[in-house]
Design a binder for this molecule. Structure first.
Ligand code: ATP
Ligand code: MG
Length: 344
């Protein structure tokens, strides 16, 4: 496999190699390149210690991004490139962070501490893939590196990461990893709410519906008041966090929604806004119903939606109308609906 590494990243790798060290791009960028998607950012890892890396880039501005983890950010001709020393994680005693990390000189050790096979690949001229990440990407599988239960006990945030990736990438979760998700969900209580919520937001903004329904029990360990029955209106909902949360909690009492979102550390104003929207959807209120919408199921079928997509789209449209995002006018609603058809 050949990955087109951007010029400045290439030069960073070369500089480290010319100084006698190994260097690779690693993690999410290799995964995305292997999927045929352009990576958002390129992370570099190296056998050089942070001190050695700093010496190689002595002529550049360097920021110590995470001394403990061995990460430096080098300002390299207009790009900021994160360079992390190969490392091994020590013991984990809090289900989140290793008690210590130590620097190592071989890439395989570094790759073995990473969460999923697809994230445990490195590249420099050739692919380093000791755990079969490329095969898993081709098969569209999320699989832990090593024993899934052990990896989730080390760091329970990986549970939410697995689900977030499943939703974002539309991948399935391999059986052993899947079983371990369910048996270790209770450990999510040891993880800071902010961290869980950040992953949950990405989960909700991904393909989501099948992941949320299938792993509802797991996600409920991170999301208080998650409804038993996930409303299918989110299937076609716009990719707007507020809208999706309001749909998700649409049938929940607004005081419970507010308490749940506060516990998840959403900002106060944001929480109030969602609770307000949810309360406005109260079935006892005088809000519009689906039958009040300026489009009907037939209109959506004419656009190409079918089966339960139609009902889900109508509910999503209703939410938009209620929240004031879209006017209850035929053309406006049809426009939105065309977006739903395209997104499938
Ligand atoms: P994206 O940035 O697209 O969300 P990513 O894979 O780059 O995905 P990051 O959180 O940026 O995710 O992490 C970079 C890499 O670090 C991952 O690809 C993975 O190899 C490793 N990693 C991140 N978080 C963990 C974790 N909790 N446990 C083990 N490895 C991790
Ligand atoms: Mg990343």
């Amino acid at each position: 496999m050949i990955i087109a590494v951007p010029e400045n990243v290439r030069r960073t790798l070369d500089s480290l190699e010319n100084a006698g060290f190994q260097a690779f791009v690693v993690g999410g960028c290799v995964r995305d390149a292997a999927r045929g998607v352009s990576p958002r950012d390129w992370d570099v890892c190296t056998s050089a210690t942070p001190g050695e890396t700093a010496a190689v880039f002595a002529d550049y501005r360097i920021i110590e991004t995470g001394r403990r983890h061995g990460t430096l950010t080098v300002h390299f001709d207009g790009d900021k490139i994160e360079i992390t020393t190969f490392r091994r994680d020590g013991q984990y005693s809090d289900n989140r962070r290793p008690d210590s990390v130590s620097f190592v000189r071989d890439i395989e050790t570094d790759l073995s501490r990473r969460d999923f096979t697809m994230n445990a690949m490195a590249y420099n001229q050739e692919l380093i893939d000791p755990f079969g990440g490329l095969g898993d990407i081709k098969a569209r599988f999320i699989r832990c590196v090593g024993d899934a239960g052990t990896r989730f006990r080390e760091d329970a945030l990986r549970i939410m990461r697995a689900l977030r990736f499943a939703s974002e990438l539309g991948f399935d979760i391999e059986n052993d990893t899947r079983a371990a998700l369910f048996s270790h969900a209770h450990l999510l209580k040891n993880i800071a709410a902010e961290r869980k919520t950040a992953e949950f937001n990405r989960l909700l903004l991904g393909g989501a519906y099948s992941v949320i329904t299938e792993y509802r029990e797991v996600i409920a360990a991170a999301v208080p008041a998650l409804p038993e029955k996930i409303p299918d209106a989110i299937i076609n909902a716009p990719n707007v966090l507020e809208t999706r949360l309001a749909l998700l909690f649409g049938q929940t009492h607004s005081a419970d929604v507010a308490a749940a979102l506060r516990a998840m550390k959403y900002p106060r104003v944001f929480t109030r806004e969602i609770a307000r929207r949810v309360s406005r959807r109260d079935p006892h209120g005088v809000l519009p119903k689906i039958s009040d919408l300026a489009v009907r199921g037939e209109d959506l079928i004419a656009l190409g939606l079918s089966g339960r997509e139609v009902g889900a789209a109508l509910r999503a449209l209703l939410e938009l109308v209620i929240s004031g995002e879209v006017e209850n006018k035929r053309e406006a609603l049809l426009n939105k609906s065309r977006g739903y058809v395209r997104r499938r």
